[in-house]
Design a protein around this ligand. Structure first.
Ligand code: GRF
Length: 213
């Protein structure tokens, strides 16, 4: 059964001159981060990853950044007395790298208005469900448990409510009788890798058009 990407998809969407400068936030495996790097290197998306920030020193995303040659910083939330001081450090790092769009690619921290107001309508998140269904953690498990026949993923802008900002891209993934957590996660993840670069391009185009005409 096919999955369908629900988003505009014409070639000009992915063209940026100069290249769109991206900052990535990741906490885990980093497969979405890797997919974005690939999209920029295949020249599918005219962008460059200026900086990856992780909060978990030993997460898979760090190893991927090393092997892909992407600049990264470990900014561990456990080293900061408050959420806002942690976020301020992140903002400083992205500003220094002159980042235009932030991408939460498996960022397992709730973000506050400090970060959101520093990059209004410029923070993109990927979530493994068709929002507004199955917000929060364990979205795949929630979908399996609920008995729905279709789930998928959403790329959206981040606002102050978790998994609730304006939707940029959605992909539907059918749930088959034989699916389990592992098989469904793999199918959804595959669609995430395709849809995240599209969502980033949409956010980037809106930002460039609003600011540079
Ligand atoms: C993805 O499923 C994403 O939707 C969610 O966290 C997961 C990150 O996976 N927000 P990865 O680290 O990109 O492999």
């Amino acid at each position: 059964m096919e999955s369908y990407i629900m988003a505009p998809h014409h070639e000009s969407l992915f063209k940026f001159s100069p290249k769109l400068r991206l900052g990535i936030l990741a906490s885990g495996v980093g497969s979405n981060f890797e997919a974005l790097v690939k999209a920029t290197r295949d020249s599918f998306l005219q962008a460059e990853i200026s900086l990856l920030i992780v909060n978990n020193p030993n997460c898979g995303a760090v190893n991927k950044a090393i092997s892909l040659g992407i600049p990264y910083q470990i900014i561990d939330h456990r080293s900061f007395p408050s959420r806002s001081e942690h976020e301020q450090q992140i903002i400083n790092a992205f500003q220094k790298s002159d980042v235009e769009i932030l991408v939460m690619a498996g960022w397992m921290r709730i973000v506050t208005s400090l970060l959101i107001k520093s990059y209004p309508d410029r923070i993109v998140n990927i979530h493994p469900s068709i929002l507004p269904s199955f917000r929060g953690t364990n979205a795949i498990k929630q979908a399996l448990k609920s008995g729905v026949k279709i789930t998928g993923c959403s790329v959206h802008l981040v606002n102050e409510e978790v998994d609730s900002g304006p939707i940029l891209v959605q992909v539907a993934v059918p749930i088959l009788k034989e699916d389990n957590q592992e098989s469904l996660s793999a199918k959804v993840r595959k669609q995430e890798h395709k849809s995240l670069p599209i969502g980033v391009a949409i956010a980037g185009k809106r930002w460039r058009e609003a600011n540079y005409g």
